[in-house]
Structure formats: C-alpha cells, structure tokens
Design a protein around this ligand. Structure first.
Ligand SMILES: O=P(O)(O)OC[C@H]1O[C@](O)(COP(=O)(O)O)[C@@H](O)[C@@H]1O
Ligand SMILES: [Mg+2]
Ligand SMILES: [Mg+2]
Length: 350
C-alpha cells in the first residue's frame, strides 16, 4: 500500500484494498455508515450555529440526559441504515430495546445487525471538544427470513465481522476493521470523499500516556490506584503524561497514534464501570487488537466476554499491549493480596 504522504490524489474508498476483504453487502453497509457520518459531521461542525447543542430534555435508558446531538446522530444513523435495507436489526445506546428491520417485502432477508453509540463523548458537545461515533457489525445467528432476536445482539466480540469509529475532530476520520488490520480514512469535506490517510494502523507496543478520570481516584480498586502511582513514579521512562479528553474515541485515537493506555475501571460508585460492552468496548477492542493493541476488563480479554444484557457495562483497559499487561499485573497482584488477607482474617477468627 503506498504511503499517504505521496501525491496520490483523492482515493475513493471503494478502490481501497480494505474493501477487497469485505463482501458486497458488508461494503454497502460500511458505505451507508460513511454516508451517515458525513451528514452527522456536517451537523457537528455547525453545532454552535444551529439549535443542536444542549440537552434534548429526555433521559435515555442509561439514565443520562440526552443531548440534542445524541438524538440527531441516532436518528440519522438509524434512518440511513433502515432506508438502505442492509441490516435486519439495530441496537443503539440511545434506544431502550433493539430495532427490528423487516425489509421492504417484510421478509427479513438481510443478514447483518449493527450496534451503535451514535455520539460518544456527549459531555464535550457544548464545549467544542471532539466527539465520535462507534459501530459494531455482526452476522445474525437466528435464521434468515425470521424477525431478528435479542440473541443476535448478545454475541461475544470475537464474532464481529467489522467495527469502526468516526472521530469528529480537527479533521473527520473513519477508522475501521473488517478483521484484516485497521485502516484510517480522512474526510475531504470539499469533495465528500474519504482519503486513505492512515493505512494499516499499528498501535505502539508501549507508550508514556495514561488516560483515566483521576477525579474518581478514591473510588478505584487498589490495583488501579497502584498502577496510577506506578505511572507517576520518577523512574525509567516515567513519570508518564496524563491526558484525558473525556471522549473515549478521542482518547483511544490519540493513544493509537502516540502510544498509551485508556482506562475506565469499576469503582465503588460504579461496580462495572461506565462504558458499555456491546457498542463501545467490543468495537474499540476489535479495532485496537487488529492494530496490535490489547483490550481487557483488567483480567480477561474483552472480545471473549459473553454478553448477557444489551446495555451492560464493563470495566475497560485498552491500548498499548505492554501498558495494558502492566496494568493487569497490578490488578492481579492486588486481587491476590486481597484473597490472602481474607484468608488470614478467616484463620485468625477461628
Ligand atoms: O465523564 P466521565 O465519567 O469521565 O466519562 C467519560 C466517558 O464517558 C463517555 O462520554 C461515555 O460515552 P457517551 O458520551 O456515549 O455516553 C466516554 O466517551 C468517555 O470516555
Ligand atoms: Mg460512548
Ligand atoms: Mg453516546
């Protein structure tokens, strides 16, 4: 693949090798996501000019105040995917339940389901900080020709056929994988085309950036506290740099370019953390692993986890392989220490 800094002119995504791997229907599905992304990008870029910032006035199933852009992005992606008749079902962060899409003959002949976080980083919308969209695509597991069911969405992340994110930042990028590496495309807003600006992205094996909301420090498990202290020690290549945007797509995208680890662990305030397994952690884990990075809940690989609920949350450690492994080591040691202390306590009480 030629390097993007040569004068290669504008690439239209269909000519790129990445589509060489995807079936016609899957490529049409990713095309519709690209189309919806351009529409949402246009709205995000003029958010201050039109009445699209601020609260929508309702809360979603997460109990979060929906932002107008949350709802706008959600409607755009659902509308585009429904009209293009490529999916048999959609699950969204902004919808309590999944949506069945019958097809114009009502015959449920489409084979893919999409799970989506239409607007990630909602707290940043009104302050002009980059936000994103995250999507995850599976083949349905129930018979084609029948209405899609919950089990079609509750598949382990290993089953994903594609996953990606759009980052609406200083430039708009689409980064996605179909299981054959991770590629980044930058939108040329003048032409409305996507340029293969970051072919075959590789997550640096190590790094010096750690991203975590340290405002929750006192509520973190001991293993997370110990790892944060490790990052802050004056030793070897440390202290590391703390960078936290508050928009997971942006934090992970920066780390994918520069190296680093993003963590949203459980805490005494949120027993499973905040991020959702199905439409945030699984797609990001697939994308990051395909670039050589790592993603776990602190103990087990995210992509191996069998989901039980549509909106279930999971602790999330994601980024440079060596940094995630180091954080997991602190989590393991802390758990073992806790078990030893509990054992000693039970012996002394006998
Ligand atoms: O403000 P907090 O608690 O640090 O949470 C920030 C995290 O919440 C999120 O905004 C959650 O995503 P949504 O905006 O899609 O709800 C992540 O993008 C981000 O990493
Ligand atoms: Mg999100
Ligand atoms: Mg969201």
């Amino acid at each position: 693949m030629s390097k993007p800094n040569q004068t290669l002119g504008e690439f239209i995504i269909e000519n790129q090798s990445d589509f060489a791997y995807s079936s016609g229907e899957l490529s049409r599905l990713i095309n519709s996501i690209r189309l919806a992304a351009k529409v949402v990008n246009h709205e995000v870029n003029k958010a201050g000019l039109v009445d699209i910032v601020g609260a929508y006035g309702e809360t979603n199933i997460q109990g979060e105040d929906q932002q107008k852009l949350d709802v706008y992005a959600n409607n755009k992606f659902i509308q585009t995917l429904t009209n293009r008749e490529i999916v048999c079902g959609i699950a969204s962060e902004e919808n309590d339940d999944f949506i069945r899409i019958e097809g114009h003959k009502g015959d449920h002949q489409n084979k893919y389901v999409v799970l989506i976080d239409p607007l990630d980083g909602s707290s940043n919308i009104d302050v002009n900080v980059s936000v994103g969209t995250i999507f995850s695509i599976y083949r349905r597991v129930t018979p084609i020709g029948t209405p899609v069911e919950l089990e079609d969405f509750l598949q382990p992340g290993n089953n994903q056929v594609a996953a990606g994110y759009i980052i609406y930042g200083t430039s708009t990028m689409l980064v996605y994988t179909t299981g054959h590496g991770t590629n980044g495309f930058t939108l040329n807003p003048a032409l409305g085309s996507w340029y293969l600006s970051h072919p075959d992205m590789k997550f640096p094996e190590s790094g010096t950036i750690y991203s975590i909301n340290e405002g929750n420090y006192v509520h973190f498990p001991q293993g997370v506290k110990d790892y944060i202290k490790y990052c802050q020690e004056e030793k070897d290549d440390r202290p590391y740099t703390s960078r936290y945007i508050g928009s997971m797509v942006s934090d992970i995208h920066r780390n994918m370019i520069k190296g680093g680890i993003f963590m949203y662990p459980k805490s005494s305030k949120a027993n499973n953390g905040k991020l959702r397994l199905l439409y945030e952690c699984n797609p990001m884990a697939f994308i990051v692993e395909q670039a050589g990075g790592k993603a776990s809940d602190g103990f087990q690989r995210i992509l191996n986890i069998k989901p039980t609920e549509l909106h279930q949350r999971i602790p999330f450690f994601c980024g440079s392989k060596k940094m995630v492994e180091k954080a997991e080591e602190f989590m393991r040691v802390s758990e073992e220490t806790k078990k030893d202390q509990a054992q000693e306590l039970s012996f002394s009480n006998k």
